[in-house]
Design a protein around this ligand. Structure first.
Ligand code: SF4
Length: 490
C-alpha cells in the first residue's frame, strides 16, 4: 500500500527517519516547541505579505480541503484567464505539495517558495526540489523555480510600503541534480512509514535543521551518560557527530589528548566535580578600575519592520539597565524602558549617552552585541554619533574574563550569564524570575506590552517584570566581577 505523505513529512524524514515514523504513528509523544510555533507564525505573516504583493492573485481552497484544492488547481491551470495562484496543490506518487505562489509566464509557470529567512538554506533547496518534482509529475509545465527570502539590507520607508521587503532567488540549477534523488527519498520514506519504529540514536541531527520535538522521548530510551559530551565547550557539529559515531557519549570515553586545553579544563572540573577559579591578574584589574558602569541592553527585532528607518530582523534596542559602582563600593542603578509602541531608538541613545558619563569602564557581557547596537545607533543618528562612539573605547567585556578564570560543573560547558551567575550567586538564579527570565521572554513581554489591546494592568505587570529582568542582568555582572577580583565588597 502506498502511504500518502505531505511534503513536511518527507522533510521530517530527511532530518531523521525515526522522526517521520513518530510523526505518523506516535504524534502524542511530541512536545510543543515554542520556537517552532514562533517560526510558523513568522512564516504565515511573510506568506500573507507575499500574497498581498499580487492583488489579483487567487487563493486555492481557502477552506483547506485538499480534495477541493486539487480540483480548483486543475481548473485554474486549464483556464485561459491565467492568474497568480496561492497554495496551488499537486499530488503525485502518494505525495502532496502546495506551492506558495504560482506565477504565469509565457513559457509555463514560475513556482515560488516563500521563506522568512534572509538566505536560501540547504533544506530550502530540498524543499523546492520536492515541490517541483511533484508538480512536474502531476503535469505542470514548470518554467522556473525560485525561493523568495527576506532582504535584510532593505529599509522600511514607512507608510505600509513593503514592496521591497522580499527578493526572489532562482534555484533551478541547485534543484536540478536533486530531481533523481526525490523519488529515492520518497520510496525510502514510504518504507519507513509502513515499517516498525526505526532505531536511531539521539545525535547532532536532533537539532539540525530544526529542534526535533521527540527529543524527550528518544533520550528516555538511552541510559544517560554521567558526563555527557554535550558539556564540552566549542564542540562543533562535525566533531560531535564523529564522537557519536565512535561511540563516545561520555566525556571519559574521549581520548584526553584529542581535547583542546579549554575542553580538558572543563573535562577535569566535570569529572572531579570541582570548581576552576583563578583571580584576575593586576593588569586585568586595572582595566576595570575606577567608577564602573555595568550595562545591558534588551532589543526587539521584527521580520516585517514596524518602524520607518529600520530593517527586517534589525535588533532595535528598547531597554537598558546600568548599575554604577563607585570606588567606595557604593552602588546605584539607572534604567531606560520605552513601552509607548513608538520607535524607542533615539530616546534610548540619548538617555544612554547621558547616563554613562565621560569616563570609567563600561562592563558588558559579550561586547559584540552592545557595541553593534551602539554603532548602529551612531549611524542612524549622526548628531548623537560623537557621544555614542566615545562609549565604545570604554567597553570592557566580562565574558572572556569569565572564560579564562572560572568554571563550575553546573555550567555544563556554557559561559552565558545565566550559566555563570547561579554558580557564583545562587540566590540570584534567573529561575526565580517568573514572567521574564531570559532574552526571548523579554522580547515576548515587550511585544505584548506595546500591543494596543493589552490592558493597562497587564502592561504594568510586564513593565515590572522587564525592569526586574534587566536589572538582574547588570547586578549579576556586579556580583561576578567582585568575585573575580576577590573584592571584599559583596
Ligand atoms: S529526537 Fe533525534 S533521534 Fe529522535 S526522532 Fe528526533 S531527530 Fe530522530
Amino acid at each position: 500500500m502506498t502511504i500518502r505523505l505531505s511534503k513536511s513529512k518527507l522533510i521530517a524524514f530527511r532530518q531523521c527517519p525515526k522522526r517521520l515514523w513518530l510523526e505518523i504513528h506516535r504524534p502524542d509523544l511530541k512536545l510543543d516547541d515554542a520556537s517552532a510555533q514562533s517560526r510558523f507564525d513568522t512564516g504565515y505573516r511573510i506568506g500573507d505579505l507575499a500574497q498581498s504583493q499580487h492583488p489579483d492573485g487567487v487563493l486555492i481552497a481557502p477552506d483547506n480541503n485538499l480534495t477541493n484544492a486539487l480540483r480548483e488547481t486543475e481548473n485554474y491551470l486549464s483556464s485561459p484567464d491565467r492568474k497568480v495562484l496561492f497554495e496551488a496543490t499537486f499530488q503525485a506518487e502518494g505525495i502532496l505539495v502546495r506551492a506558495d505562489l504560482l506565477i504565469p509566464t509565457t513559457v509555463g509557470w514560475h513556482m515560488v517558495e516563500v521563506k522568512s529567512s534572509t538566505t536560501v538554506k540547504d533544506y530550502h533547496i530540498e524543499d523546492a526540489a520536492i515541490q517541483s518534482w511533484v508538480a512536474k509529475k502531476a503535469g505542470l509545465t514548470l518554467a522556473k523555480t525560485s525561493v523568495q527570502v527576506v532582504d535584510s539590507k532593505w529599509t522600511y520607508p514607512g507608510g505600509n510600503d513593503y514592496s521591497g521587503l522580499m527578493k526572489l532567488l532562482a534555484v533551478d540549477e541547485y534543484i536540478a541534480p536533486l530531481q533523481t534523488e526525490v523519488p529515492k527519498w520518497l520510496a525510502d520514506a514510504q518504507a519507513v512509514a509502513g515499517g516498525s519504529e526505526p532505531v536511531v540514536k539521539v545525535g547532532a541531527q536532533c537539532n539540525s535543521p530544526f529542534a526535533c520535538g521527540f527529543q524527550n522521548y528518544c533520550e528516555s530510551l538511552t541510559k544517560p551518560a554521567q558526563f555527557p559530551i554535550s558539556s564540552l565547550p566549542m564542540l562543533h557539529h562535525a566533531k560531535r557527530k564523529s564522537y557519536e559515531v565512535a561511540g563516545y557519549l561520555d566525556i571519559r570515553d574521549v581520548p584526553f589528548e584529542e581535547l583542546s586545553a579549554k575542553q580538558q579544563r572543563v573535562a577535569r572540573a566535570t569529572i572531579n566535580n570541582e570548581i576552576f577559579f583563578e583571580p584576575l591578574t593586576e593588569v586585568e584589574k586595572q582595566t576595570v578600575a575606577g567608577t564602573r558602569y555595568y550595562l545591558d541592553f534588551e532589543t526587539i527585532s521584527f521580520v516585517i519592520p514596524i518602524w520607518a528607518g529600520t530593517r527586517p530582523y534589525q535588533q532595535v534596542p528598547f531597554q537598558w539597565s546600568c548599575h554604577v559602582e563607585r570606588p567606595d563600593n557604593s552602588l546605584s542603578h539607572e534604567m531606560f524602558l520605552d513601552l509607548t509602541g513608538g520607535d524607542p531608538s533615539r530616546a534610548f541613545a540619548e538617555s544612554l549617552v547621558s547616563a554613562l558619563g565621560k569616563s570609567g569602564p563600561i562592563i558588558v557581557y559579550n561586547q559584540a552585541f552592545e557595541k553593534r547596537i551602539i554603532r548602529e545607533l551612531a549611524n542612524r543618528y549622526p548628531d548623537l554619533a560623537p557621544g555614542l562612539n566615545a562609549l565604545l573605547s570604554r567597553v570592557v567585556d566580562l565574558l572572556p574574563l569569565a572564560n579564562a578564570h572560572f568554571y563550575h560543573p553546573s555550567m555544563k560547558g556554557s559561559w552565558s550569564l545565566k550559566a555563570v551567575l547561579p554558580a557564583i550567586a545562587p540566590e540570584l538564579d534567573y529561575a526565580n524570575l517568573e514572567e521574564v527570565a531570559d532574552g526571548l521572554g523579554a522580547q515576548t513581554a515587550f511585544v505584548e506590552a506595546i500591543h494596543q489591546e493589552t490592558p493597562l494592568e497587564r502592561k504594568a505587570i510586564l513593565e515590572k517584570a522587564l525592569c526586574e529582568y534587566c536589572t538582574r542582568d547588570t547586578f549579576a555582572m556586579v556580583k561576578i566581577l567582585r568575585y573575580f577580583c576577590r573584592e571584599p565588597r559583596q
